[in-house]
Ligand binder design. Structure first.
Ligand SMILES: Nc1ncnc2c1ncn2[C@@H]1O[C@H](COP(=O)(O)OP(=O)(O)O)[C@@H](O)[C@H]1O
Ligand SMILES: Cc1ncc(COP(=O)(O)OP(=O)(O)O)c(N)n1
Length: 266
């Protein structure tokens, strides 16, 4: 059985965070496990409050998984503090696992999801350990300190992020106008993974879903660029099959592949 671990926050409304990751793993035929970093009270409209998990309990969750059911890949989502970043970095150092990092900072509803000390720790201690980082436009600007308003600026930001240590940078374009173009940079060259923009308000959890789908495909043995290509196809379908639940940005539809359609190559 192919396995993957998500280290991320809990979204009680089920659209983002650990809940989105586990649904994605299941939809893609991967046995999912979780280490929860923080419990967020949120829904399709707003974030209300959060309770961060103590670093020793976070470390114990990761150790419990790694020591018994070693995952084939790891996805990291919301890390609420520098202490959480350091805990995860210490737990993963020396494991040689493929690690996908979604550097979550702000919920689509607008609220910041981390403490002020998180950003510097993420850059210094975690980015050198990860295989692939998937910032959205705002996250890329915050991490690189560069503007990302046009294509050339986004390329420059990707170069700067690559210098911080990940093997590959995938700068997501979900918040661009026009096509949803994600820029992929592996240190040798750029390529774009692009889909038409889907006109919907139900986009809660798009970043979580894309990064966990990439982790699932890496766990299944796909090479990096191919894992991103397949994950992009999965997220596009999940957005197209989004669910009109709640009064705000509704969640994605994760199980559309099982509605009589088979995933190619599975
Ligand atoms: N309306 C949309 N139509 C098609 N693809 C989208 C849409 N919104 C986001 N995406 C895609 O979803 C993925 C997540 O991107 P993004 O929304 O930028 O992340 P985040 O949730 O972290 O802000 C990317 O592959 C992006 O291109
Ligand atoms: C617990 C938790 N983790 C992450 C997010 C952010 O999710 P993301 O997929 O990046 O995007 P939005 O749905 O917020 O656009 C979250 N809200 N909660």
């Amino acid at each position: 059985m192919v396995t993957a671990l998500s280290i991320a926050g809990s979204d009680c409304s089920g659209g983002a965070g650990i809940q989105a990751d586990l649904k994605t793993f299941a939809a893609l035929g991967v046995y999912g496990m979780s280490a929860i970093t923080t419990v967020v009270a949120e829904n399709t409209q707003a974030v209300f409050c959060r309770q961060d998990i103590a670093p020793d309990v976070l470390a114990a969750q990761i150790e419990a998984v790694l020591g018994d059911i070693p995952p084939d890949a790891v996805k990291i989502g919301l890390l609420p503090s520098a202490a959480a970043v350091r805990t995860v970095a210490a737990a993963l150092k020396g494991t040689a696992l493929p690690v996908v990092l979604d550097p979550v900072m702000v919920a689509s509803a607008g609220q910041t999801l981390h403490g002020a000390d998180m950003l510097e720790a993420l850059k210094a201690e975690l980015l050198p350990l990860v295989t692939l980082i998937t910032p959205n436009l705002a996250e890329a600007a915050a991490l690189s300190g560069l503007p990302v308003e046009n294509h050339l600026q986004r390329q420059a930001a990707a170069l700067k992020l690559k210098d911080l240590g990940p093997r590959v940078v995938l700068l997501k374009g979900g918040h661009l106008d026009g096509a949803a173009e994600d820029l992929y940079y592996d240190g040798e060259g750029f390529c774009a993974f692009t889909s038409p923009r889907i006109d919907t308000k139900n986009t809660h959890g798009t970043g979580c879903t894309l990064s966990s789908a990439i982790a699932a495909y890496l766990a299944r043995g796909y090479a990096l660029a191919q894992a991103v290509e397949k994950a992009k196809a999965y997220i596009t379908g999940a957005i197209a099959n989004g669910l009109a639940l709640g009064r705000g940005a509704g969640p994605l539809g994760h199980f559309y592949l099982q509605d009589g359609k088979q995933e190619e190559g599975s």
